[in-house]
Design a protein around this ligand. Structure first.
Ligand code: FRU
Length: 501
């Protein structure tokens, strides 16, 4: 009797510790992208660098693998690659669920919570009022932490921005505007962006609206961001606006505008709708605060079209790799560029370099690419003279194809036959993206984790992020071109699991 109780206890403890001590062995568990150990995650929130640590908060529902009452989960990292999950930072309260938002370091103690306090600015979403259809169920609130994000105190005067009667009124992204010594809040209000300003993070005044008639309007505007990047000696202001649905390949995506911000009004110089990422799986992407001269973007690697159905267990969703942003002029337009942060290189493992290789029909790199993790980074350069593709496949015939189509001058990711696709009818599709670069030299960087590919073409001018779920791990690797291409260089590096460091 006693013995059996002990063995039951042992089994329970072992089962419990298995979940806690994450082993990274579950099917589809990303190895160099952040995932919560268990349960539901969506948008990255409150990303901020503070005292040598990167903080990632995220929309989290700790009780199930589907979206529910939102909390802010928390993870920390020294390099934006290896993340350690921390206790939940913010729980729902009488004002509602804790929806998306941002965090700042209050260096001048403007709010009076303490010098260098971390202050989170987020949306309170009240489900009771939502049912009553008051149109006022989303308000903006703040909380602060004086111990590096470990514990948080919600401000007694919440909410700090009341709702004027707009049903979608959320996702505040706050930054310090040094020229006028004030805080600027960029807020998504349904089909436009509203800017507010504040001296102390507590009292906010409405400054202006932007975008009711600009950009993509195939869905609700959400999760904005506003920041300058130096380009050719001048500050160019970048306004990111995530939109759902209405993305270039359906569902959720991030668009951006380039222009000027004078502390009150944003003016766009963009003549066309521009997209941060043409893949289907980079949503709610915004930048880290307090990273000095660096602008680092990270998004949720999923799409509201199928996020609640993807076949992973016991968690759902990952984040994209962190990306360094820049600007590049092409013809008369300026575009954002994004490339993986250099910190990822620390996970590079064995690899090989090929130079001056002609690919006619196909080049089978399976044997050369064999490595422990099966994950890799590929950098190749070639000419935009013919169609070619990079094919990742396995023993059971699943194929994920990343390619260039010359006639359309497009890049694409085809996940039609990539494995498990039947959990949502629109998942098995081919996604395309325009090649924006004008020169004939193509350079591609491809990151392949267990269940995702991220393509950075032409030094990050065209980016595509797609998730996929092969029935067995990817084990074969080919470059294909029927009409033939010449590879100037092909550098393959296997990437270690962030768990193996
Ligand atoms: C975007 C979003 C945000 C909202 C959050 C709720 O994915 O819809 O607008 O704050 O998710 O979880």
């Amino acid at each position: 009797m006693k013995k059996s109780i002990i063995s039951i206890l042992l089994i329970v403890t072992l089962a419990g510790s298995k979940v806690l001590a994450q082993d990274f062995k579950e099917k589809y568990r990303p190895q160099f992208h952040f995932t919560p150990k268990a349960n539901w995650m969506n948008d990255p929130n409150g990303m901020v660098y503070h005292n040598g640590i990167y903080h990632l908060f995220y929309q989290y529902y700790p009780d199930a693998k589907v979206w529910g009452p939102m909390h802010w989960g928390h993870a920390t990292s020294k390099d934006m690659i290896s993340w350690k999950e921390q206790p939940i930072a913010l729980y729902p309260d009488s004002l509602g669920y804790i929806f998306s938002g941002s965090a700042v370091v209050d260096k001048n103690n403007t709010a009076g919570f303490g010098k260098d306090a971390l202050v989170a600015i987020f949306t309170h979403h009240d489900p009771v009022q939502e049912k009553q259809k008051t149109g006022k169920h989303e308000t903006q609130s703040i909380a602060y932490s004086l111990d590096d994000g470990k514990t948080w105190t919600k401000y007694k005067g919440n909410p700090v921005v009341q709702n004027p009667g707009i049903s979608d009124f959320r996702d505040p992204k706050v930054r310090w505007f040094e020229a006028q010594k004030k805080w600027i809040m960029t807020l998504a209000s349904k089909d436009r962006i509203t800017f507010y300003s504040s001296p102390d993070l507590k009292s906010w005044s409405r400054e202006s609206d932007f975008g009711a008639k600009e950009g993509g309007h195939g869905g609700v505007w959400e999760c904005p961001d506003l920041f300058p990047i130096k380009h050719e000696g001048k500050d160019v202001w970048v306004l990111i606006v995530n939109i759902n649905p209405g993305g270039p390949n359906k569902g959720s995506a991030g668009q951006y505008f380039l222009g000027n911000f004078d502390g009150k009004t944003f003016t766009s110089n963009s003549k066309e709708t521009k997209w941060l990422d043409y893949g289907t799986d980079n949503y709610a992407a915004v930048t880290f605060a307090n990273t000095g001269g660096r602008n680092i973007l990270m998004g949720w690697m999923s799409n509201w079209q199928y996020a609640n159905q993807v076949p992973t267990d016991p968690w759902r969703s990952a984040n994209t790799i962190a990306r360094e942003l820049g600007l590049k002029t092409v013809g008369n337009e300026i575009y954002l560029t994004s490339i993986p942060v250099k910190e990822l290189d620390a996970l590079n493992s064995t690899g090989f370099l090929l130079k001056n290789v002609k690919v006619q029909d196909q080049l089978d790199l399976t044997e050369r690419a064999k490595n422990k993790s099966g994950l890799f980074r590929l950098d190749l350069t070639t000419e935009s003279k013919a169609d070619f593709s990079i094919v990742l496949s396995n023993e059971v015939g699943n194929e994920l194809i990343v390619g260039y189509n010359k006639a359309g001058n497009q890049y694409y990711i085809d996940r039609i036959k990539s494995g498990k696709v039947d959990f949502e009818k629109g998942f098995a599709e081919k996604h395309t993206a325009p090649r924006l670069a004008t020169g004939s030299k193509i350079s591609l960087t491809l990151l392949a984790d267990v269940a995702s590919v991220e393509l950075f073409a032409d030094n990050g001018l065209t980016v595509m992020t797609d998730i996929f779920f092969p029935d067995t791990p990817i084990s074969k690797f080919h470059i294909k071109s029927v009409s033939g291409i010449f590879l100037d260089t092909l550098q393959y590096k296997s990437i270690k699991s962030r768990n193996d460091r």
